[in-house]
Design a protein around this ligand. Structure first.
Ligand code: URA
Length: 226
């Protein structure tokens, strides 16, 4: 079995595990766990905040108005959902769509890290403040860092973190929508690895790390996160 197939299987096992998760009280109020969706071998991973009502009902990420905008932004750069993976910081809906709480983020972050470790994207595009602060490990908010690629390691995988405004915020603010479109326009070059600003000078690329996985090795067991 190819390395990508092994990782896809491990991602499916992670999803099954997640569907029964009771790590935090959000599990009591959810209808469905929103694990994430897309290509398990995607070069581009989007990370949003948390499921809303539509996502909680359908089990799919970004299916409301913000999701429509995300689809349009993707189409604007010649891409579609099936070429990327879309996940969230939290996999269960916070009541009334309130902000994620620190203890909920702590309970759930291992799952997101596991997803990054299994998908091994080149670029992780964080949508809004929560995903950006979590994965950058920095306190700067999205209005300061959007559109600026940052080389980071997530769960041992070197990736280019690329923060952009959350589509839900851009739905209501015209200037933010313009910034979001401008920031999206740089994504193809970042994913292709041709954007000089985005490359970490010393970091071996995620795909080099990908090639280093022994054929047949189970990446889930290597990480031991669940
Ligand atoms: N839908 C999601 O799945 N995530 C968000 O952050 C917002 C809407």
């Amino acid at each position: 079995m190819s390395d990508a197939a092994v990782r896809a299987q491990a991602l499916e096992r992670l999803s099954e595990h997640l569907r029964g998760c009771t790590r935090c009280p959000l599990s009591e109020g959810r209808t469905t766990v929103v694990v994430g969706a897309g290509d398990p071998d995607a070069d581009l991973l989007f990370v949003g905040e948390a499921p809303g009502a539509n996502e909680d009902r359908t089990g799919l990420p970004f299916v409301g108005q913000a999701g429509k905008l995300l689809d349009e932004l993707l189409a604007g750069i010649g891409m579609s959902r099936d070429q990327v993976f879309i996940a969230n910081v939290l996999k269960c809906r916070p009541p009334g769509n309130r902000d994620p709480r620190p203890d909920e983020i702590d309970s759930c972050r291992g799952y997101l890290e596991e997803q990054v470790a299994l998908i091994r994207p080149r670029v992780v595009c964080t949508l809004g403040n929560f995903a950006t602060k979590l994965l950058s490990g920095r306190p700067e908010g999205i209005s300061k860092v959007h559109g600026q690629p940052i080389p980071v390691e997530v769960a041992g995988v070197p990736v280019t973190l690329y923060p952009v405004y959350h589509p839900a915020a851009a739905l209501y603010t015209r200037a933010m929508l313009g910034s979001l479109q401008d920031d999206f326009a740089r994504l193809p070059a970042l994913v292709a690895g041709g954007d000089a600003e985005a490359s970490a000078p010393d970091a071996p690329h995620a795909h080099a790390a990908r090639a280093a996985t022994a054929p047949g090795a189970d990446p889930t067991q290597q990480l031991g996160l669940f």
